[in-house]
Design a binder for this molecule. Structure first.
Ligand code: TYM
Length: 341
């Protein structure tokens, strides 16, 4: 349950580690933009410190961070209404993460499935940062006293850990200082799947570019990827139950529903009994119609990287008005000399 003594505040982050894809757009960016006018203070973060938990070429990282910022703005996030930052310009994130490294238990970290997936069989060779990743993520959220975190399904475990860290900190120090954050995992696209395999999530780390639609893909590429998406031989069913055991069909229906702000049932009602030969071109048209303006706007914004940098610097100044007092108070609670709350 959310602690009602904290004012509502939204925080979410995306890694600048390669191209944004349709899963990031539908699972995160579009939802951020849709929620923007609800009057809740919102902070959105390019988590560059998280990105370097696996190797990043410095030039690529700079480019990806700016491109991600362009992606946020092109998706409809207004940098005046919301606060847009890159993590490394707000040092309180990393400072609070250290405190949380001393609160979180190794046993908790050992249960993180994302670490196991990313480290693979050779966990001994993974960076220490990759292991401590969820502790920094908890700090991202809690250094703002954020109450709501909109994310895709894959981040659920990390958000549970964030709640565990807040609970243990409050308990150990006998305070009610950090809120117990609410994950917001809603809508038809909380888990967009690969276009090549309906049992795997769409991901930037999938070696096949055909498995995902990138926000930088042009209209022809988007249409081709949808045409070639894996499906089965059956027509679309009459009811949602008919999508059980048909992960690829379900995925395409979900994508269509999310892109058009409709429910699965409404999509099924329109396409029941139709073959993929008819459904896929309709989906491709919608995808191109919705994505192309974003791609074009991203490219336009990337023509002026200095303006993007100014937006991020201004965002950091605004963010630190929130984070600096919370970090100071945390240090004071922990017993650091010189920290006056
Ligand atoms: P990242 O960069 O992997 O993904 C960014 C956001 O996109 C969502 N997402 C998806 N949603 C639906 N279907 C998919 N196939 C899909 N793939 C990705 C993710 O759930 C996420 O919401 N650890 C985070 C970044 C992070 C963060 C935070 C998020 C760091 N600090 C604090 C929230 C709050 C990550 O790696 O997301």
């Amino acid at each position: 349950m959310t602690d009602t003594s904290f004012q509502p505040r939204v925080f979410s982050g995306i890694q600048p580690s390669g191209d944004l894809h349709l899963g990031n757009y539908l699972g995160a960016l579009k939802r951020f933009a849709d929620a923007q006018n609800q009057g809740v203070e919102s902070i959105y973060c390019m988590v560059d410190l998280h990105a370097i938990t696996v190797w990043q070429d410095p030039r690529d990282l700079r480019h990806s961070t700016r491109e991600l910022c362009a992606g946020f703005i092109a998706s409809g996030i207004d940098p005046e209404k919301s606060i847009l930052i890159n993590q490394s310009q707000v040092p309180e994130h990393a400072q609070l993460a250290w405190i949380f490294n001393c609160v979180a238990r190794i046993g908790w970290m050992n249960r993180m499935t994302q670490f196991k997936d990313k480290a693979g069989k050779n966990a001994e060779k993974a960076s220490l940062g990759l292991y401590a990743y969820p502790s920094l993520m908890a700090a991202d959220i809690l250094v703002y006293h954020a109450t709501h975190v909109p994310v895709g399904e894959d981040q659920k475990q990390h958000l549970e850990l964030t709640r565990d860290i807040a609970t243990k900190f409050n308990h150990d120090y006998g305070v009610d200082f950090f809120p117990i954050t609410e994950p917001v995992i809603e809508g038809t696209a909380t888990r967009v799947m690969s276009l090549r395999d309906g049992s795997k999530k769409m991901s930037k780390s999938d070696p096949s570019d055909m498995s995902r639609i990138n926000l930088t893909d042009n209209a022809d590429t988007i249409a081709r990827k949808i045409r070639k998406a894996k499906t089965d031989a059956e027509p679309l069913p009459e009811s949602i139950d008919g999508l059980d055991d048909r992960p690829e069909a379900r995925n395409l229906v979900n994508i269509y529903a999310a892109l058009t702000d409709r429910t699965q049932q409404q999509v099924i009602d329109e396409f029941a009994g139709k073959q993929f030969g008819q459904f896929k071109p309709a989906l491709a048209d919608i995808a191109v119609e919705r994505m192309s303006p974003i791609t074009t706007e991203m490219a336009r914004l990337m023509d002026d990287p200095a303006e993007i940098d100014r937006i991020l610097t201004r965002g950091a100044t605004r963010a630190r008005e929130i984070t600096a007092p919370i970090l100071r108070k945390t240090y004071d609670i922990v017993g650091m000399v010189g920290a006056t709350a």
